[in-house]
Structures are given as structure tokens and as C-alpha cells.
Design a protein around this ligand. Structure first.
Ligand SMILES: Nc1ncnc2c1ncn2[C@@H]1O[C@H](COP(=O)(O)OP(=O)(O)OP(=O)(O)O)[C@@H](O)[C@H]1O
Ligand SMILES: [Mg+2]
Length: 364
């Protein structure tokens, strides 16, 4: 039972998928030829050896692959060949006995053919359903990935727009206010009025606000459109990170790396930003290195830290940073890996092949 089930599911089922009409015809002809050969062999084997069960093989194959009709026809042919062989070697035992034997054998072969034909059909239906579901699942996954990437791209665009607006409207407005305040300070000083000190303080506060607004605009729109924008943005980011968090965040770039297109540079910048924030927030790193390097084969961004490394197991806190970094890398046709460092901390690598053909750009 076990062997037959294995035979059907492992051997016959895969073979039976997608059998064309022409292939069916070939199978039927081959099974017919095999049945005739078995009939001849049965006759040659004489009265001592019976090949009755061997007829079942071509009947089963024909029924499984091509349906019940072929199986039943072969069953009938097998019985005819068997009876003719027996008569030819002198084993004829009267009409009644021969008819009873023939009907029994025909019944057995027919049940076998019908059962196998039905099983084959069911197997094909199950296979087709599984294939259909797998395709639907693949389509859904692709759609979900596309939506995620759209979301990232839209939020990136919106951030850049807000950054630009902040820079072009609020910063300009505050700069105008500071200039007007400076003019007021000068006229108060000229009139030797004591309010001049308070007015100067006010101008200072406005200038500080300009600094804050500029910083925010920069954070929202970090990478300039020039090809060397990423180098400059990462250098500045490493500097401010060291300053704000009181750690050592270094940017290393041994050769000038010019990243094109600007969208790719922005994605790489965001990956570095998230990796550094993770290293500080989760790894409590004291030293972080951001390495940007380029060779003939591509551009590499490596962020390594000396923190505590991934906890084991990873907490299921719904964090999205790692997934978004991987999505960003995929969007620009890059490869993304993150792993524990040999001694301590983590090392994240985003590799962007130089040749566009090696990049599987999904959406830039
Ligand atoms: N450099 C790192 N050092 C130590 N642990 C890390 C590091 N980077 C990531 N992790 C671990 O991986 C988990 C998932 O990080 P991920 O950036 O996806 O989510 P998150 O930072 O918790 O939340 P989110 O990024 O959505 O604000 C973190 O909770 C942390 O445990
Ligand atoms: Mg994170």
C-alpha cells in the first residue's frame, strides 16, 4: 500500500502533469505495443508460467495518463490475448470456464483502470489548484512588496518636499526677520537707547531658530542632487551624530564616491541613518564607522559598530527599520546584509553593483 502510494504520488503524479494530446497518443500506442508484447511473451512462456498480472502495468499507465477509455480497451485486449494464447498452447477448458475466467479478469482489469484513471484525474486537479494558489500567493507577495516600495518612495518624496518648503519659506522668513531685527538694533544703538541690548538678544534667538529650521530641513532633504552629495551628507551626519550623542561616529571614504542617480544616494543615506540610530539605540555603541567605498565592480556602504550586537532572540517589537533598509537596498538594485561582527557589535553592508545589468532595479 505504502509503495503503491509512493509510486503514484512521486512517480506518476509529476509525470502526468500537463500531458499534451500528442503525448497521450504516444502513451496509448506504447501501452498497446507493450500489451501485445506481453501477450506474445505469455504465449511463449507456455502453460507453466502465467503473466496475468503483468498485463496490469500498461493498463495502469494508459488509464492514469490518458483516461479510463484507453485503460478499458487495453483491459479487453489483454483478456483476448490471454485467452487466445491459452487456446494456442492447448489450455482450452470449455466455453463456460473460459468465459467465467475471462469475465473475472476483465472485471479486475476494468476496476483497476477506472480507479487509476480517477486517481490520476484527482491528482491533476489537486496539482492544478496548488499551482493556482502558489501563483496567487506570488502575485500577492509581489503586490505587497510593490506597495511597500511605493510607500517608502512617497514618504521620501514628501519628506524632501517638506524639507524644501521649510528651507525656502520658513528659513527665508526668519532670515528676513533677523535682518529687520539687526536694522532695529543698529538704529537703537545709534540713538543710544538701552533697549538695544534686548533687541540684540531677540536677533540672536531668531538666528538660533534659523539654525534649528535649517537642521530640520537638512534632515528631511539630506542629500544634494550633485553626485558627491552622499559623501558630503554622510560626513555631516557623522559629525552631528558624534556631537549630539557624545560618541565617536566616523565617516571614512578613501576614494571619492560619486553616486548616481540621486534617488540611490538618498536611499543609501537613509540606510546609514537607520543603521547608526539602531547601533546607538539598541547596541549602545560608543564607536560607529560609516565606510563608503567604490571599486570597478560597485559601491559599498558598510556601517559597523562596537555595541552589544543583536540580542538572541530578536525581540518581536514590530520594528520596521531592518525591513525598510532591505527594501531600500532592493529598490536600487543593491544587496543588503547585516550580521554580528567577529568580536562585538554589528556590521551592515549594502552593496550596489556598478553594472546596471547586475542591478535588479525594481523602482528608483
Ligand atoms: N546595531 C544593532 N545592535 C544591536 N541590536 C540591533 C542593531 N540593529 C538592530 N538591532 C535589533 O534588531 C531589532 C530590529 O531593528 P529595527 O530597526 O527593525 O526595529 P526598531 O529599531 O526596534 O524599530 P524602528 O526601526 O521601526 O523604529 C531591534 O529591536 C534590535 O533588537
Ligand atoms: Mg530601527
Amino acid at each position: 500500500m505504502r509503495v503503491s502510494t509512493l509510486f503514484m504520488t512521486r512517480v506518476l503524479a509529476p509525470l502526468s502533469q500537463g500531458v499534451s494530446h500528442r503525448a497521450k497518443l504516444y502513451i496509448q500506442l506504447i501501452c498497446l505495443a507493450v500489451t501485445v508484447l506481453i501477450g506474445v511473451a505469455d504465449y511463449l512462456a507456455g502453460r507453466d508460467i502465467t503473466l496475468a498480472f503483468i498485463y496490469a502495468a500498461p493498463i495502469s499507465v494508459a488509464a492514469w495518463f490518458t483516461g479510463p477509455a484507453a485503460g478499458l480497451l487495453l483491459a479487453l485486449l489483454s483478456v483476448v490475448l490471454w485467452i487466445s494464447g491459452d487456446i494456442a498452447i492447448g489450455l482450452y477448458s470449455g466455453v463456460l470456464i473460459t468465459t467465467i475466467n475471462g469475465v473475472c479478469r476483465l472485471g479486475f482489469y476494468s476496476v483497476l483502470a477506472l480507479a487509476l484513471a480517477r486517481l490520476g484525474e484527482l491528482q491533476r486537479i489537486v496539482e492544478r489548484r496548488a499551482e493556482y494558489r502558489a501563483q496567487a500567493l506570488a502575485r500577492e507577495t509581489a503586490e505587497r512588496e510593490r506597495l511597500e516600495q511605493d510607500m517608502i518612495e512617497i514618504s521620501e518624496r514628501e519628506q524632501r518636499r517638506i524639507g524644501r518648503d521649510l528651507h525656502d519659506s520658513l528659513c527665508q522668513h526668519l532670515t528676513g526677520t533677523a535682518l529687520a531685527g539687526q536694522a532695529l538694533v543698529e538704529s537703537l544703538l545709534a540713538a543710544q537707547r538701552p533697549e538695544a541690548l534686548k533687541a540684540r538678544k531677540l536677533v540672536q534667538l531668531v538666528e538660533e531658530s534659523i539654525g534649528v529650521a535649517r537642521g530640520m530641513a537638512k534632515g528631511l532633504h539630506p542629500v544634494e542632487m550633485e553626485a558627491d552629495g552622499l559623501m558630503r551628507a554622510l560626513e555631516e551626519f557623522a559629525g552631528t551624530t558624534s556631537e549630539i550623542f557624545g560618541i565617536r561616529c566616523q565617516f571614512l571614504c578613501h576614494v571619492p564616491v560619486l553616486v548616481r542617480p540621486p534617488a540611490a544616494a538618498t536611499h543609501l543615506y537613509r540606510i546609514a541613518q537607520e543603521a547608526v540610530h539602531n547601533a546607538i539605540k539598541h547596541g549602545h555603541a560608543q564607536e560607529i564607522r560609516i565606510l563608503l567605498d567604490e571599486s570597478e565592480s560597485g559601491t559599498g556602504l558598510v556601517i559597523s559598530d562596537d555595541g552589544e550586537g543583536f540580542p538572541d532572540p530578536l525581540p518581536d517589537n514590530g520594528g520596521m527599520g531592518l525591513r525598510i533598509m532591505a527594501d531600500r537596498a532592493k529598490m536600487i538594485g543593491g544587496r543588503f546584509t547585516i550580521a554580528r561582527n567577529a568580536d562585538h557589535g554589528m556590521e551592515l553592508i549594502c552593496w550596489l553593483p556598478a553594472s546596471p545589468t547586475q542591478r535588479e532595479v525594481l523602482y528608483v
